[in-house]
Design a binder for this molecule. Structure first.
Ligand code: PHE
Length: 335
């Protein structure tokens, strides 16, 4: 029996060592360790062994089973390593990857970000207001009389309940002063709406940036200095500005600003409205607040507003304003 065990050991170890894939390894396991495998069969022979020899042979058989088991395990690991190495060999780390296609910001957003950054450096905070507004915030509080053409049904989108889509971001001036005592120094970028026929230069929705600075002794010089600094930051130090007298119900005096700069083709371009906050606006805010912190006798302020769409278009040489909202990737990918 001892000899049989030795023969079987040699046979098993050789067979296992020669195995080269997982199925033959499984077959070898069944062949030697299986229910009717060689080792099991040999163990059954113990019945015919003399009682006193049984412990010795039992131990030899156990050793054999263990040797075969560890040989199977070792071979299995070797096979797995071989498979890994083969997989790694077919992996070319120098191949170009698949680019996920990082997006970029919309040209309008890029311009807005630059503008916001610049005003923040001057201490302006960002303010916000609803797109759906009351007539009072959009017109009455801004000293715009009931017969003003901007209030016309043909020019503004009215909701059945009398509210409207704000036709300018100047509403945020009122929203801020209603809740915040002076000093107030805010910008308010956002959407505005007008009942315009949509064409290459008009949309029913556009983007504005409002500004408001109210404190003691704010002067027209502050307004000029702030806007000159801003537009020169945006377009370069050789940008010319022109303040043209104009009229807005909510500022007095009022101006329109034209700028001329290399980046916009050296042509005068009408860009913004601005002026000193009209005392009537302060009075409307005081009445609503029920206090006098915005008493026009003690505070003054300037306000400005400009459209971002036309500016972004001129900077990026976009000829049709509709491209800004059509979401055509062939267009957007250029920025
Ligand atoms: N709200 C004005 C417009 O939309 C612009 C403006 C803002 C003018 C603030 C003066 C002061 O045309």
């Amino acid at each position: 029996m001892e000899q049989q065990i030795e023969v079987l050991r040699g046979e098993a170890l050789e067979a296992i060592g020669a195995v080269s894939d997982q199925p033959s390894l499984d077959a070898a396991r069944v062949r030697f360790l299986g229910k009717s495998g060689a080792i099991t069969t040999l163990s059954e022979g113990m019945r015919h062994v003399a009682k006193e020899d049984r412990p010795r042979f039992g131990k030899l058989l156990n050793d054999l089973r263990q040797a075969v088991t560890s040989a199977l395990e070792a071979q299995e690991i070797r096979l797995l390593e071989k498979a890994d190495a083969a997989a790694a060999a077919s992996l070319d780390l120098t191949l170009p990857g698949t680019f996920p296609g990082a997006g970029t910001l919309h040209p309008l957003t890029q311009l807005m970000d630059r503008a916001v950054k610049c005003f923040r450096r001057m201490g302006f905070a960002i303010a916000d207001g609803p797109d759906i507004e009351t007539e009072w915030h959009c017109f009455d509080a801004l000293n715009t009389p009931p017969d003003h053409p901007a209030r016309n049904e043909q020019d503004t989108f009215y909701l059945p309940d009398g509210r409207l889509l704000r036709s300018h971001t100047s509403t945020v001036q009122i929203r801020v002063m209603e809740t915040t005592p002076p000093p107030v120094r805010i910008i308010a970028p956002g959407a505005a709406y007008r009942r315009d026929e949509v064409d290459a230069t008009h949309l029913a929705q556009f983007t504005q940036m409002e500004g408001l600075y109210v404190a003691e002794n704010v002067s027209l010089a502050d307004l000029k200095g702030t806007l000159e600094f801003f537009f020169r930051e945006l377009f370069g130090p050789d940008t010319d500005l022109q303040f043209r007298p104009h009229f807005f119900p909510f500022t007095e005096p009022s101006y329109e600003i034209d700028i001329r700069t290399e980046a916009l083709g050296n042509q005068w371009m009408e860009l913004a409205g601005c002026g000193m906050v009209d005392p009537a606006v302060f009075e409307a805010v005081c009445e609503r607040r029920g206090d006098r912190v915005f008493d026009p006798e003690s505070v003054s302020g300037f306000a400005f507003g400009f459209g971002l769409d036309r500016l972004a278009m001129n900077l990026a040489k976009i000829s049709d304003i509709r491209m800004l909202v059509e979401n055509d990737l062939r267009f957007l990918r250029q920025f």
